[in-house]
Design a protein around this ligand. Structure first.
Ligand code: NAG
Ligand code: NAG
Ligand code: NAG
Ligand code: NAG
Ligand code: NAG
Ligand code: NAG
Ligand code: NAG
Ligand code: FE2
Length: 509
């Protein structure tokens, strides 16, 4: 009888081919912990000293109300801490945003802006209140802004957190000296991926100001971050249509904004209040790229193919007038709907979504104001490697000539969303492409920690959170980037569901 049952279970599991999927995506994990000791199966190199801190949704309902889109899940912070003496610890804590604290208090989802609808939906009055309160659930990324730990989403508002304890300190909405952000502008949009400024400690980011008057021009402001609260204007320019942006690139001298035709419609925003119904992809329009000279603030505009991109990989200067920029591209912006819970939790529907990221390079000729797309070679041994997203590189090579990008391929067999691989793409020579995968294991975005004694670009350690769907447990995997072979791993006390981004912050543990 038990054998029969086991056999049936096995049959069901093999049919599903994505064991533990509901732990990766559908299930809230409320557990929190502080400095839980981790045990690795092989020793951790002692030169690893700091914390891998990551952010992402982990709670999808409160009281009787639920989110309809994964993007809206309450943000949770995770930290894998390495003091550099062979020990390691794990901490996890929900972001104590105003929205989260208030939701806990009323045991319902408090009226703050979300990307998508809720079930049951908010009342008309609460929707208006949500629009007024704005987005507050910063569940996408973590940065060190000149010594301040901050967590971000695609908004100008951010939260300051304590990277040692994961406690939420306070919100911040920095002003920018010399920049007008009041009426007629709504200045709330930004990018969840600021980029480090070449040769400096600070980061560059973008403020997007939407003009609420009909047919008036919107405004981009490129700024430098000096701390969680201090900003400095670099350049400001007007645009007819405002694209949704999530990341951008920098070279030694330039910032490059890749404005795909995924435009925010301010009228619809005011009418429907939800970004889901107010941002739309225009499949007949070009991508407009803005190249900003960081020294002079001069902006050069050029057009290229109709395409969509969330994540930039890296960019650098080939010579005085030629730039190279690598992005993860998509044929359109349908990606933003793939993470609707109804799609995620229905195997037929999620396997049918056209999840087709593709690594793409653009050569930018500044003299001719022209950009040309270039495709990367495929390695026949790992033909799926170019379909990576959530890219990470050795940050020492940011804005410089580089060869290696690491990322996750979510649908390696082009059939099943769940056939995950963690890959290395050699953009200099496809014969260097490599991949790590185990059926039923779901790796997430990795981080490259360079070996302080190392000299080559791929000398270091890749840290990758993985959910083992067979065991129903999460672990942190340390991979050798040269071979993409495991070095060691340690299981967390509870699951770490799918989450977005983060980074390794040195000397914090
Ligand atoms: C996580 O939380 C659940 C629900 O409260 C609880 O049953 C479980 O024991 C917790 N796990 C750990 C490791 O604390
Ligand atoms: C390593 O350092 C941490 C933090 O300082 C400490 O808690 C831990 O006990 C140390 N481990 C060893 C093996 O000395
Ligand atoms: C939310 O509550 C937590 C826990 O009490 C607190 O640490 C945090 O600062 C609060 N958040 C805000 C924005 O006040
Ligand atoms: C954060 O960045 C600043 C430079 O901007 C650096 O001096 C500091 O050491 C960093 N802090 C941590 C904890 O890495
Ligand atoms: C999953 O989606 C398919 C295709 O849309 C539909 O036929 C099926 O009924 C759905 N399954 C469930 C359990 O809702
Ligand atoms: C790529 O690497 C392979 C193997 O190392 C080598 O044989 C080949 O010449 C390289 N190709 C280029 C274009 O450098
Ligand atoms: C992905 O699919 C391929 C082909 O069906 C299979 O050989 C491989 O084991 C799968 N890998 C994972 C990680 O599921
Ligand atoms: Fe992102």
């Amino acid at each position: 009888m038990i054998r029969l049952l086991l056999c049936c279970l096995y049959f069901v599991a093999s049919l599903a081919q994505t064991p533990g999927w509901n732990l990766l995506f559908g299930t809230s994990v409320l557990n929190e912990t502080h400095k839980y000791p981790l045990y690795f199966d092989n020793p951790v190199p002692k030169w690893i000293k700091g914390s891998l801190i990551r952010n992402g949704p982990a709670r999808y309902e409160m009281g009787r109300r639920s989110f309809l889109n994964l993007f809206d899940g309450f943000g949770k912070l995770y930290s894998w801490q390495f003091p550099g003496n062979g020990s390691a610890f794990f901490s996890a804590k929900f972001l104590g945003s105003e929205c989260y604290n208030e939701s806990l208090k009323i045991n319902d989802i408090a009226p703050y802006q979300t990307f998508d609808d809720l079930v049951p939906p908010m009342s008309f009055f609460d929707k208006e209140l949500a629009l007024y309160h704005g987005l507050d659930n910063m569940n996408i990324n973590v940065y060190n802004f000149s010594g301040d730990c901050v967590v971000l989403s695609d908004t100008w508002k951010l939260y300051v957190v304590d990277c040692y304890t994961l406690d939420t300190v306070r919100p911040s909405k920095p002003g920018i000296p010399g920049v007008e952000t009041g009426f007629p502008y709504i200045s709330i949009m930004s990018v969840a991926h600021p980029v480090k400024e070449y040769g400096k400690n600070g980061h560059l980011t973008i403020l997007q100001s939407l003009n609420i008057l009909p047919d008036m021009r919107h405004k981009f402001t490129l700024v430098r971050t000096k701390s969680a609260d201090v900003r400095e204007k670099i350049a400001e320019w007007e645009v007819k249509k405002m694209p949704y942006l999530h990341s951008f690139s920098t070279t030694e001298r330039y910032a490059i904004i890749f404005g795909c035709p995924f435009y925010i419609d301010i009228e619809k925003m005011l009418r429907y209040s939800l970004p889901k119904y107010s941002i739309s992809f225009h499949k007949d329009e070009p991508t407009i790229t803005y190249v900003i000279d960081l020294k002079t603030g001069k902006v050069v505009t050029m057009e290229t193919e109709n395409i969509f991109s969330m994540h930039h990989v890296n960019a650098y200067e080939l010579d005085d007038t030629t730039l190279v920029m690598d992005v993860v591209s998509y044929p359109d912006a349908s990606l933003t709907s793939f993470f609707e819970m109804d799609i995620l939790m229905n195997k037929t529907r999620r396997d049918n979504v056209p999840f087709k990221p593709y690594l793409r390079r653009y050569k930018i000729d500044l003299k001719a104001s022209k950009m040309t797309p270039v495709s990367f070679d495929k390695n026949p041994k790992f033909p799926f490697v170019n379909m990576l997203d959530v890219p990470t590189i050795n940050e020492k090579y940011r804005s410089k000539h580089y060869c290696f990008v690491y990322g996750v391929v979510f649908k390696s067999d082009n059939k099943i969303w769940g056939n995950f691989s963690f890959v290395k793409k050699d953009v200099c020579n496809a014969s260097g492409d490599l991949s790590w995968s185990i059926p039923g294991h779901y790796p997430m975005e990795g981080w490259f920690v360079p070996n302080p004694e190392g000299s080559s670009e791929d000398d270091g350690i890749l840290m990758v959170p993985v959910l083992d769907g067979n065991l129903g447990k999460s672990y942190i995997l340390l991979l050798d980037p040269k071979t993409m072979k495991p070095i060691t791993k340690a299981i967390s006390p509870f699951q770490v569901p799918f989450h977005f981004h983060g980074r390794f912050i040195e000397n914090v543990f």
